[in-house]
Design a protein around this ligand. Structure first.
Ligand code: AP5
Ligand code: MG
Length: 235
């Protein structure tokens, strides 16, 4: 049986480049919410129904850190401190990502935008049809983050208690035994990430509410019930 490494953090496809898609062809969805709200969990569950690829800036940054690119080296110091990576880095990543063939009809953004400048940049790239805000009280977040593990092969998200794999150490989706914990999933960094969310990201709610596309979903419930409600909003 594979073991998870590191142990409990809280004790302390290749893509095809295409001609640039015209912004007006794209209609995208934003999954919005604090760290640990369940954005990644829900993105994976609704991808098939929406037909839109998940674009997670967090996943893209972690891939860049792993690959040792300049972007990764720059981003790592912010991620390790639980702070937002500068807007210019994030916007450049997104502009590059939406050139890929699978994004031509729109994407499902997970964890982007997180600041007003990012939301401004997004408005020039694509039409946002829905912003789905998954709301979870701060008091639930640390437990969620500290018990999380993900599949290194397919990025499926699990939790020690709330959403474990059916067979210990084996991914339900792809059967990989490469299950990992994130470097920033520790109690100290989570508090910084929550602070950044409340100060820099949550003000975006008003911005999107004023556009009539902001939908609040109670994220403090069973994972299946949340998925059902999100799909109802998107129907
Ligand atoms: P990122 O990777 O986006 O992290 P985050 O926003 O902090 O969100 P998480 O991925 O931690 O949570 P999630 O909402 O996806 O929850 P999940 O589904 O995994 O960003 C990491 C860092 O990169 C940032 O701190 C920043 O430095 C940088 N960054 C990224 N994007 C940026 C941007 N746009 N601008 C600037 N910097 C950026 O679920 C969490 C756990 O809870 C799992 O274990 C899951 O199984 C469990 N769970 C899910 N739903 C439920 C439920 N209903 N009940 C019980 N448990 C549940
Ligand atoms: Mg996530």
């Amino acid at each position: 049986m594979a073991t998870l490494w590191p142990p409990m953090a809280c004790s302390a496809k290749p893509t095809v480049k295409e001609e640039s898609p015209h912004a007006s062809n794209m209609e995208s969805i934003v999954l919005f919410g604090p760290p640990g709200a369940g954005k990644g969990t829900q993105a994976q569950r609704i991808m098939d129904s929406t037909g839109l690829p998940q674009v997670s800036t967090g996943d893209m940054l972690r891939a860049a850190v792993l690959a040792g690119t300049n972007t990764g080296i720059e981003a790592k110091k912010y991620m390790d401190a639980g702070q937002l990576v500068p807007d210019d880095v994030i916007i450049a990543l997104i502009k590059d990502r939406i050139q890929e063939g699978d994004a031509k009809n729109g994407v499902m953004f997970d964890g982007f935008p997180r600041t007003i400048p990012q939301a401004d940049a997004l408005a020039s790239i694509t039409i946002v049809s829905h912003v789905i805000a998954i709301e979870v009280p701060d008091g639930r977040i640390v437990d969620r983050i500290c018990g999380r593990y993900t599949c290194g092969e397919c990025s499926s998200v699990y939790h020690d208690t709330f959403n474990p794999t059916s067979t210990s150490g084996v991914c339900d989706t792809c059967a990989s035994t490469d299950l990992k914990r994130r470097a920033d999933d520790n109690a100290e960094t989570v508090l910084s990430r929550l602070g950044a969310y409340h100060e820099q990201t949550s003000p975006l709610a008003k911005w999107y509410e004023s556009k009539g596309i902001f939908h609040r979903i109670d994220g403090d419930r069973a994972i299946d019930d949340i998925t059902t409600d999100i799909l109802l909003v998107l129907r």
